[in-house]
Design a protein around this ligand. Structure first.
Ligand code: ATP
Ligand code: MG
Length: 422
């Protein structure tokens, strides 16, 4: 007999012979009746045996044992899903050593660090699975949306020869006789592609050797990036608003069960646009400074169910490659923006400088040496149009969307200051 998925069996609701395989989710004994809840990736089903059933003894399984059950489906009002299996044969495929090192129930009492130590087992939990099923829908929706719009997906290198942005610390990597680093962003590469193929997108890992340990930073994260030629800040912010709306709509449509399990209610957000100056005044911040986490939260609370765009940031707090207003080297403000959602920054972006001379000036203004950026600057000498783009952190976005208290909940195998295993 061919193995069947539980969801399919429950949907058909037909009394027939079946073979199912999965994990022991729960067992119970009521006098002369034994119940076993079996779980596969699609759902759970009840197996029931009375004392004179040949498999009665084998119904006494440890939690998370992997078993196969063949038997007859019987309709039952008390069973979850309205149908249960009376077993004819139960076989153990793999035993789970007991005691389990972590609590694998939906509302596990095991603390996050210990759950991460045993992430392979934590992934048995429906709650953990729900997070990563939703994350998979997020990245798929992102890709779908831009592929439909004619973007080309590109694969940037992960090993680079020098800092692409300055600022954050890089992880050094030995590369034969040369010094190399792990890429902190695909910035340079996506610009080169926008300046040739016009519309570029990627989902790619990046590495930042930031030593701090926060609930919103990882040292290895995935970024969802786009870059477009003949675009400015305004055009690119609209692209971001639209893709977030598409992603949220897809998650609502495709992940009803998972959202219920996580107790998350979602609404498709609208875009709200404020200049940096307006926004920093609204939260009583200092002009020329980044928003503190508290100020980001406060600003979002003023606009519920919205993606809050703060645009036209001062050049002093944006990277050197962000285009100054009116392409003037002394302009105080830029074509750079941030986007906040549900209280936290989820994306940064803007129009880039495509004029080599201006780029050199801005690099110097930041106290950096244009010689260190020679190949970057040279890439704009042979027919480079104006272009703009942004980046959303995949784990950051997942965390925000699902109200997770820590970004590590949204990363299958997090890399942080202390964690390199598993
Ligand atoms: P933040 O101000 O939140 O530290 P950033 O401005 O340094 O982030 P960007 O360079 O703008 O980060 O990166 C683009 C996006 O990538 C951010 O908006 C965020 O969603 C995500 N991101 C940045 N750094 C990290 C990190 N260390 N861990 C996880 N996600 C990150
Ligand atoms: Mg940013």
């Amino acid at each position: 007999m061919e193995r069947r998925y539980i969801k399919d069996i429950l949907e058909k609701g037909k009394e027939e012979k079946v073979l199912v395989k999965g994990w022991v989710h729960e067992t119970r004994e009521l006098g002369k009746i034994r119940f076993l809840i079996l779980r596969d990736v699609t759902g759970i089903i009840q197996v029931v045996a009375v004392k004179d059933n040949s498999e009665f003894k084998k119904m006494n399984q440890s939690r998370e044992n992997v078993i196969s059950v063949s038997g007859n489906l019987v309709k039952s009002k008390q069973a979850p899903g309205g149908i249960e299996i009376v077993p004819e044969k139960i076989e153990v495929i793999a035993e789970a050593e007991q005691p389990l090192p972590i609590d694998v129930s939906d509302f596990s009492k095991t603390e996050l660090p210990k759950r991460l130590d045993y992430r392979f087992l934590d992934l048995h939990r429906k709650r953990t699975q729900a997070i990563f099923k939703i994350q998979s829908v997020i990245s798929t929706a992102f890709r779908e949306h831009f592929i439909k719009k004619g973007f080309v997906e590109f694969q940037p290198p992960s090993i680079i020869s020098s800092a692409s942005e300055g600022g954050t610390e890089l992880f050094p990597a030995k590369y034969f006789e040369k010094n190399a680093y792990l890429a902190q962003s695909p910035q340079l590469y996506k610009q080169m592609i926008a300046c040739s193929m016009e519309k570029a997108m990627t989902i790619t890992p990046v590495w930042r050797a930031e030593k701090h340990n926060t609930i919103r930073h990882l040292n290895e994260s995935r970024q969802m990036d786009i870059e477009m030629a003949f675009a400015n800040q305004e055009i690119i912010m609209k692209e971001l608003e639209e893709v977030i709306q598409y992603i949220v709509r897809q998650v609502i449509e495709r992940c009803e069960k998972e959202l219920d399990l996580l107790n998350v209610k979602l609404k498709v957000p609208k875009g709200v646009y404020l200049s940096y100056e307006e926004a920093i005044k609204k939260v009583k911040g200092k002009i020329g400074e980044d928003f503190t986490p508290e100020q980001e939260k406060k600003l979002c609370e003023m606009y519920p169910d919205s993606v809050v765009f703060t645009h036209s940031w001062p050049s002093s707090i944006k990277p050197f490659y962000i285009m100054p207003k009116n392409q003037e080297k002394n302009a105080k403000y830029t074509e750079g923006f941030d986007a906040l959602y549900r209280g936290i920054e989820i994306s940064s972006g803007g129009q880039r400088i495509h004029i080599p001379e201006l780029l050199e000036k801005m690099i110097k203004k930041k106290g950096l040496n244009p010689k260190d950026f020679k190949s970057y600057i040279d890439s704009f000498r042979y027919g480079a149009p104006e272009h703009a783009g942004w980046s959303i952190g995949l784990e950051r976005f997942t965390m925000v969307l699902l109200n997770l208290g820590n970004i590590r909940e949204a990363c299958m195998f997090p890399r942080d200051r202390d964690r390199l295993v598993p």
